[in-house]
Design a binder for this molecule. Sequence first.
Ligand code: PEP
Length: 246
Amino acid sequence: MRRKLVVGNWKMNGSLATIAELDAIAAAAGRAPGIDVAVAMPATLIAPAVARMPGFAIGAQDVHQDKSGAHTGCVSADMVREAGAAFTIVGHSERRTDQHETDADVKAKAETARGAGLSVILCVGETLTQRDAGEAERVVTDQLAASLPAGAAADWLAIAYEPIWAIGTGRVPGEADAAAMHGAIRAALCGLLGEAGAAVRILYGGSVTGENAGLLLHIEDVDGALVGGASLTAAKFVPIVEAAQR
Ligand code: PEP
């Protein structure tokens, strides 16, 4: 049995004032004991968020693949761990695009994060052009195979399938397409990890809202959600938590 996992991703949003939203989010998580809830914060807000909400899972959105060194402006896995992060996202499509991160970079980041004691959410997803060309499953399973960290296991790794065309657009895949892709990712995980692949959670991400979460989260092999825009306020995020718990 895989517990559902709902993760917010605040991206480059938020401030010391808006971390007060976490109060109601953590309270909703407390009313949903059957699922896991977490929020990935901007690096500067991790320590204040952890101080405000001890016991609630706060994470980072990225870490560098090196443990330390001459990488101006970057943040290491040890640094976010020391700030109190329990996990990090790696391989988000915005970083793969904006920072030109490769599958090899993403794999290295995941392994460094694991070495620092962080859990990892590894993102994969296709462009609209790739989907329209009928290449979505191949692209996503190739990405997965090339970015899966050594020693991948369900107790520290989850996969987030995030079709790039669904992120921040209000578009979501139909039920059949989502089920087919999550099934393909499950098959790929089992091919790569054997029986252990069956336990790894596969989240869906891309325009999840309180309105569509009930449907999306009950598709087979959809084990939770990675939520961007709708995680910024408790008013929008809590209904998603509640839909996952039902
Ligand atoms: C994301 O970028 O991880 C994401 C899911 O964004 P949104 O929910 O805003 O589409």
